[in-house]
Design a binder for this molecule. Structure first.
Ligand code: SAM
Length: 187
């Protein structure tokens, strides 16, 4: 299957936008799978700024990158993504959010609406025109519905002259299938 889930959609769109040498952000490093995906896309000439608030996530990401010999272009940052402007220069090509909690970790330390929305705002400011933000939003179960609802309300309010927002939703699946939100900064 070409489009398996929200994360897959995020990867497919980012692959179309990001090229070798670009600078990108992984806003939720977790176990490092998306950081590795981004590191391979930007190559040794590019840069990946990967954020997480948990030591365990950053350690898992560090190991994941080292196993694939892909750590050279990655900067791991222990800070909330809402502070990304303190670590990341302007001119970013893509920002990836994979929301929720660390698989295999503490389910109570998941992403939260207020900080996620601040981080999306900062991502938009750091993004170069034509760049994209991809957000895989999990809801239901331990993630609840608050974050999804707040993010949807926020992205609908983004000025259409500033960015285009597209929501990908699987409408015939069971158990709250995650949605993928794509925000493209206008040129
Ligand atoms: N992208 C990851 C991967 O490939 O394995 C999965 C990410 S996991 C679903 C979500 C991660 O977001 C968790 O590791 C959690 O610690 C992190 N997180 C939660 N709040 C955060 C915040 N404010 N800033 C940065 N990371 C945060």
């Amino acid at each position: 299957m070409f489009l398996k889930n929200a994360l897959d959609i995020s990867h497919r769109i980012i692959e179309m936008i990001v090229a070798k040498g670009d600078a990108v952000v992984d806003a939720t490093a977790g176990n490092g799978n998306d950081t590795l995906f981004l590191a391979k896309l930007v190559g040794l000439e590019g840069k990946v700024f990967a954020f997480d608030i948990q030591d365990m996530a950053l350690e898992n990401t560090r190991k994941r990158l080292a196993d694939d010999d892909a750590d050279k272009s990655v900067i791991l940052i222990k800070d909330s993504h809402e502070n990304m402007d303190m670590h990341v220069p302007k001119g970013i090509k893509a920002v990836m959010f994979n929301l929720g909690y660390l698989p295999g970790g503490d389910h109570s330390v998941g992403t939260k609406a207020a900080s996620t929305i601040k981080a999306i705002e900062k991502s938009l400011a750091l993004l170069e025109p034509g760049g994209v933000i991809m957000i895989a939003v999990y809801y239901g179960g331990d993630s609840g519905f608050d974050e999804k609802e707040a993010i949807m309300e926020y992205v609908k309010s983004i000025d259409y002259k500033k960015a285009v927002v597209l929501v990908h939703e699987f409408v015939n699946q069971i158990n709250c299938p995650p949605i993928a939100i794509c925000i493209e900064k206008c040129s």
